[in-house]
Design a protein around this ligand. Structure first.
Ligand code: OSB
Ligand code: MG
Length: 366
């Protein structure tokens, strides 16, 4: 079954791409032979972060992806999902949701947690928080203060031309240089801004995330040589192979890993293994996920190469009520679920309350 949910955010989230007031979630609920598996599609409502968007993901799943999986009706394994879907170009977020649902169903039936299946080595993961662009610097300082008091291990500020040096100076003056601080531009700058971006070096940031366009690997390599601040890529990294190419070309020193952006948790694991081998630090990104996607991200972040705190915050940073048991912050960390599959239980009553559309697909992994 495919479901669309409307989940109001506790506060609007503004980035260089636009403002998000509610999360329009697409969920895949797959009836396996022995268990129900869940996958969350992280596409946003508009194609601004990436070419994918919720309506489009829904359509491509229904018309092009599920039919390719149905040919393997029988015993579809999670490992087979990506190869079966590879003829369809792009649509990584849609593919990820399907693979995640199959994987969750398999693992729940087998009694194995996602974290142990992926090779997790930690029972809790460091939590960071992504702070949107605010109306005023005072609003920003107040928001950051709340997150610091809550115990988040690092703060990420969204930046854009006109909202970078000033807010960073204010945050450093107010909270000092002991605070782990990084910024995310969501591709809002050009190479012509290199001189301006070098002013960020004085703020001793952990990293500068995706300053330039998604397709500009060589531009990032040029920029990286002009800045002291390490460059981290998000939007540009669409597969493990692209990650290795970007690293080899000196375009980034750190990678933000989002399974939805690379086409699945298994591809994300592959990317992890290559980067871990090369000593490239990783952290797990986020896309304002519900408890379902968050559980999978927390499992991924428990792998050994995830050495920096991720954008995996507690449920209450996003939603008043989550659709699984909430993830809570404990001494700056989230606990990795150890139960079978995702290790969290989707609350069907809550899910039904926020469901705006349901589509039953005649599809059974039997
Ligand atoms: O660029 O990392 C991003 C949210 C939606 C789309 C893109 C991004 C983000 C975030 C939020 O930064 C991270 C989170 O889920 O907390
Ligand atoms: Mg980002």
């Amino acid at each position: 079954m495919l479901r669309r949910l409307a989940m109001p955010l506790v506060s609007p989230f503004r980035t260089s791409l636009g403002v998000e007031a509610a999360r329009d979630v697409l969920l895949v609920q797959m009836e396996g032979p022995d268990a129900v598996g869940w996958g969350e599609c992280v596409a946003m409502s508009e194609p601004l972060y990436s070419p994918e968007y919720v309506e489009g993901a829904h359509a491509v799943i229904r018309s092009h992806l599920l039919p390719r999986l149905q040919r393997r009706r029988g015993q579809l394994l999670a490992d087979e999902v990506a190869p079966l879907l590879s003829a369809v170009k792009g649509h990584q977020m849609a593919k990820t949701a399907l693979e995640a649902a199959v994987l969750d169903a398999d693992l729940r039936a087998a009694g194995v947690s996602m974290a142990s299946h992926l090779g997790g080595v930690r029972d809790r993961v460091g939590a960071g928080v992504s702070v949107g662009i605010t109306a005023t610097i005072d609003d920003l300082l107040e928001t950051v203060a709340g997150h610091v008091e809550a115990g988040y291990l690092r703060i990420k500020l969204k930046v854009e031309p006109g909202w970078d040096v000033e807010p960073l100076r204010a945050v450093r003056e107010h909270f000092g240089y002991g605070l782990a601080l990084q910024v995310d531009a969501n591709a809002a700058y050009t190479l012509g801004d290199a001189g301006h971006l070098s002013k960020l070096d004085e703020f001793e940031l952990v990293l500068l995330e995706q300053p330039l366009r998604d397709d500009d690997i060589s531009g990032h390599a040029v920029l990286a040589r002009k800045l002291r601040t390490p460059i981290c890529l998000d939007e540009s990294i669409t597969s493990a192979a692209v990650a290795l190419d970007a690293i080899d070309r000196g375009a980034c020193a750190i990678i933000n890993v989002k399974a939805g952006r690379v086409g699945g948790y298994l591809e994300a694991k592959k990317l992890h293994d290559c980067c871990f081998e090369r000593g490239v630090p990783l952290w797990c990104g986020g896309m304002l996920e519900t408890g379902i996607g968050r559980a999978a991200n927390v499992a991924l972040a428990s792998l050994p190469g995830f050495t920096l705190p991720g954008d995996i915050s507690a449920s209450d940073r996003y939603f008043r009520r989550d659709i699984t048991e909430p993830f809570v912050l404990r001494a700056g960390h989230l606990v990795v679920p150890q139960g079978p599959g995702l290790g969290v239980t989707p609350d069907l009553e809550v899910i039904d309350e926020v469901t705006t559309f349901k589509e039953e697909i005649i599809w059974q992994v039997t």
